[in-house]
Design a protein around this ligand. Sequence first.
Ligand SMILES: NC(=O)c1ccc[n+]([C@@H]2O[C@H](COP(=O)([O-])OP(=O)(O)OC[C@H]3O[C@@H](n4cnc5c(N)ncnc54)[C@H](O)[C@@H]3O)[C@@H](O)[C@H]2O)c1
Length: 255
Amino acid sequence: MRALVTGAAGGLGEAVAARLVRDRWSAALVDCAEAVRELAARLAAEADGPVVAFVADVADVAEVDAAVAAAVDALGGLDLVVNIAGVGGPSTTVVATDPDDFRRVLDVNLVGPFLVSRAAARSMIDRGEGGAIVNFGSIFGQQGVAGGAAYCASKGGLALLTHSLARELAPHGIRVNTIAPGHMATEMHWEELRGRAALNGTSFGDELAAVRAEIPLGRHGTGEDVAGAVAWLASADAVYVTGQTIGVNGGVILS
Ligand SMILES: NC(=O)c1ccc[n+]([C@@H]2O[C@H](COP(=O)([O-])OP(=O)(O)OC[C@H]3O[C@@H](n4cnc5c(N)ncnc54)[C@H](O)[C@@H]3O)[C@@H](O)[C@H]2O)c1
């Protein structure tokens, strides 16, 4: 079992990479941060198969194509791709948002998964062994919020990219699903709370308490929470699941 995970250098991606390696997957870890190399070396020490790292910007077509080709070479193919790399984007109203900032969020969060899925799916189709792709959306791809239009648009677009890919790749035995995390305890979320506090004239503590109060299960989510969902979607137990959005959100959005 061979997986490629983007955004693996930290946050949710690191937890997903660690879980897959613990579950005996070989793994190619991709991130724009050099720290991904240290993580791969650390995980490789306890892995059954190869764990390799590639530093690449998921929004750059040449870097993505090179990283995916190198991952396929290193692992002997891919059975799973997890598109986790993402950025939070500006906490600004639409009228105050710089178009370059808006475009960069779409480039990383939407064009990135498109480029990675495109390169990986070509290889999966050629090998004819099926596989799975998991895209990391968000509760903010299911519902727009004030002060987060770029991020919401990117994650909403990603949910529909997942639908199109699921239909296109089903004949090849490749399942494509979205995981939509809720409020997760990572640096991206803390940054979002700092942005909201600045926008609303409140404090970080006020925003943290307000978010907590919205979560029916009463706590922020963790990397392990989403890693379990990835492990299930990648497993034979999910063999009839494609084109779905799986909420891992503590009950913030009910479907
Ligand atoms: N934290 C949350 O509350 C939350 C909620 C819903 C969805 N998500 C989504 O989950 C994913 C992971 O979020 P996180 O909280 O772990 O964020 P994070 O900021 O902790 O980690 C993101 C990772 O992506 C990498 N990355 C960023 N831009 C990249 C690029 N252009 N190319 C390659 N790598 C890049 C970063 O270096 C980092 O390692 C993101 O897609 C995010 O939108 C997070």
